[in-house]
Design a protein around this ligand. Structure first.
Ligand SMILES: [Zn+2]
Ligand SMILES: [Zn+2]
Length: 222
């Protein structure tokens, strides 16, 4: 359903059949906050592929309430610091409900530097300045997909042309920038090949956390 005045009606779930509510498709949790999980994607496209997942069941971030915005923002900043330190700046990506494989809101985080998307391509429908822009779109227009890098945040209508344009311009470029495989692979293949990538990312995350703790200790000694 692309037309969304009642877009959330078809995605309601009590969570018992949801892979993220049940945590069956969450391989490793890097961090847990009151309302979110920061987790390794279990079928990573590249090393460093992380998800920000609200603990409660929402269909997409267009449905996540404003009271969670500050917590989400600070987790995004933490991912940004981690990626900038260990990889390259973050590109955030959300399917919305369009092309979702797990029907529970999740924000993908990729260490791709910049998206490389050119505003002149005109594939986007909205320049986003806050989460409320996403909620407004979802309420009034329904489905969407979303991309953000240090140059800004964009929302796209859920149309195949736009989607494939982004996959071609942003995903292939991003995956190649991390030395990843740019040919199409099934989630099963990514899952099987992903274990060493997840392991390497967890190691970097742990040492990043330790360095952060050292830094705090040092500054509190002064
Ligand atoms: Zn769920
Ligand atoms: Zn996804």
């Amino acid at each position: 359903m692309l037309n969304g005045s009642n877009a959330s009606l078809d995605t309601e779930s009590n969570g018992s059949d949801c892979a993220f509510c049940m945590r069956t498709e969450i391989s490793y949790i890097l961090k847990e906050t009151p309302n979110f999980l920061l987790a390794a994607d279990h079928a990573p496209l590249v090393e460093g592929h992380i998800l920000i997942i609200p603990k409660q069941h929402y269909a997409c971030y267009g449905e996540v309430p404003a009271k969670l915005d500050a917590e989400l923002f600070s987790l995004k900043q933490e991912v940004q610091r981690f990626f900038t330190h260990c990889y390259a700046p973050v590109v955030f990506w959300e399917h919305g409900i369009f092309k979702q494989t797990v029907f529970h809101a999740h924000l993908h985080c990729f260490p791709w530097g910049i998206s490389g998307y050119d505003l002149d391509n005109n594939l986007h429908n909205l320049i986003v300045s806050s989460q409320s822009n996403i909620r407004q779109w979802y309420t009034s227009q329904g489905h969407y997909f979303y991309m953000e890098d240090s140059n800004g945040a964009l929302l796209f209508a859920p149309e195949m042309d736009r989607y494939l344009g982004i996959v071609k311009n942003v995903f292939w470029r991003g995956i190649a920038s991390r030395g990843g495989k740019v040919e199409w692979r099934s989630p099963q293949q990514r899952y099987e090949e992903g274990a060493p990538l997840i392991k390497a990312m967890i190691d970097k995350w742990c040492s990043f956390q330790e360095q952060g703790a050292d830094h705090v200790n040092q500054s509190s000694l002064r």
